[in-house]
Design a protein around this ligand. Structure first.
Ligand SMILES: NC(=O)c1ccc[n+]([C@@H]2O[C@H](COP(=O)([O-])OP(=O)(O)OC[C@H]3O[C@@H](n4cnc5c(N)ncnc54)[C@H](OP(=O)(O)O)[C@@H]3O)[C@@H](O)[C@H]2O)c1
Length: 404
């Protein structure tokens, strides 16, 4: 039997404890004798929980117990999660986490500490919640040249966009509904401004390059300006609006960014609705490969953490290697990315803006659904070219169009 501890008995941490209990038989198939949660570290007491007697408040009680081989860090945030993780790894205790903020911030350093101390730092649940995608990417796709990764990796925004489209509802109204249902945080900024999805693509881009792609270096746009009118016009042409995070090979580097996109019905990403997440890899040999599932939630996310805990327990006393150095890798300049654009402008401004874009105009989508506005889509051009041609123009809406 391998002894474990849980740091943070919240949504995911309590899911981890429940899964290790309910699926003890499955776990024991790989970890002889099973994985036992000996301690739960939290600030609060949990007198009504069947696991309440395992709760402790002093991390040293856990770190000084030589039996503990694996910890799950599900406290979230940078501190004290960073300090606690570092201390555990320095003791040779493997740490498995769903904490994407910490993984993006200190992933390379914590992996290095794990390597030095013959233990592991694993974070499958930090990207895509319950979807196994990091280990498949690192193991099963290692031989591939991955030319693009495109993800819908934030369930809250995908839920909001789906409801806005289906109910012809405004962003603010759907956000409030989502908060009432517990799908959105009371402070929704990290989700709706695309910081969460940006952090996730920064992690995937770091794993792809083996270097540190920093969230702070990415171009990130959220969904707060998307309107039901845009969703209706897009719908008439066979598109949905999705918040995509993108990492694509530009030949001499990776373009890495997150922004709303129009996704056509010919893409498998079109059918990813509500709180579901998906990531679409394109490899030069395997072609398209999409992984789909629940990107959040107590049990799906807990399941991914438990998978890592099992791996860490099987490899207790050794390091499960993950290639990610501290050397900073700057993404390719955003201005050089080539995209097509959906544009909505006041009808009075349309001719002038169209002539500024000259032969870049592809199709006119103006219809009754657009009301007083003119809508058109451009052909492919670089972000820099688009910005220069539309500089100073009163654009009411700009959404990129996703093309494979
Ligand atoms: N929820 C999801 O579906 C999901 C999905 C994917 C990834 N994640 C990530 O997983 C992590 C955990 O998320 P969550 O939703 O489970 O959060 P949560 O429900 O807020 O749970 C965090 C728990 O850690 C406790 N905690 C905070 N500071 C602590 C400290 N210093 N010492 C001991 N315990 C402490 C909290 O106690 P208090 O409540 O008293 O503060 C709470 O019980 C986050 O990084 C999140 O982004 C979550």
């Amino acid at each position: 039997m391998v002894q474990a501890a849980v740091f943070g008995f919240g949504t995911v941490g309590s899911g981890v404890v429940e899964i290790l209990d309910k699926n003890a038989g499955q776990v024991a198939r790989r970890v002889p004798g099973g994985l036992n949660v000996k301690y739960i570290l939290d600030i609060r007491e949990f007198p009504d929980s069947p696991y309440g007697e395992k709760v402790v408040h002093d991390i040293d009680q856990i770190l000084n117990d030589p039996e503990i081989k694996v910890v799950c860090e599900t406290m979230g945030g940078k501190e004290p999660a960073y300090t606690f993780t570092k201390k555990a790894l320095e003791k040779g205790i493997s740490v498995c986490t769903s904490n994407k903020e910490l993984v993006e911030y200190k992933g390379a350093e914590l992996l290095g500490i794990a390597r030095e101390h013959n233990c592991s730092y694993l974070f499958e649940a930090a990207v895509g919640g319950g979807i196994p995608l990091i280990m498949p990417m690192l193991n099963c796709l290692e031989q591939e040249k991955i030319t693009s990764i495109t993800g819908i990796l934030n369930g809250t925004t995908n839920y909001i966009l789906t409801r806005m489209e289906q109910e012809n509802a405004e962003f603010g109204d759907v956000l409030r509904q989502a908060q009432e249902l517990g799908y959105a945080e009371r402070n929704p900024q990290a989700d709706v401004e695309a910081h969460d999805t940006g952090r996730k693509i920064a992690i995937l881009a770091s794993l792809l390059t083996g270097k540190s792609v920093r969230f702070d270096d990415l171009h990130v746009e959220g969904i707060t300006k998307i309107t039901p009118l845009d969703l209706a016009v897009a719908g008439q042409h066979g598109f949905r609006v999705k918040l995509l995070c993108v990492c694509k090979d530009m030949g001499d580097g990776q373009a890495v960014y997150a922004a709303p996109h129009l996704v056509g019905s010919d893409s498998p990403l079109y059918a990813v609705n509500d709180v579901f997440n998906a990531v679409l890899f394109h490899g030069n040999m395997v072609d398209d490969l999409m992984l789909y599932g629940r990107g959040a939630g107590k049990l799906p996310t807990g399941s991914a953490v438990v998978a890592d805990m099992v791996t860490a327990a099987v490899h207790a006393g050794e390091n499960v290697p993950i290639r990610w150095s501290g050397e900073v890798e700057k993404p390719a300049p955003f201005e050089e990315c080539v995209n097509e654009f959906y544009l909505r402008v006041d009808k009075a401004d349309a001719d002038r803006i169209k002539s500024a874009l000259a032969d870049g105009i592809c199709e006119d989508w103006t219809s009754d659904a657009a009301g007083e506005d003119a809508v058109f889509v451009t052909g492919a051009m670089t972000e820099g070219e688009f910005a220069a041609k539309t500089a100073g123009e009163p654009l009411k809406q700009v959404i990129r169009i996703y093309r494979k």
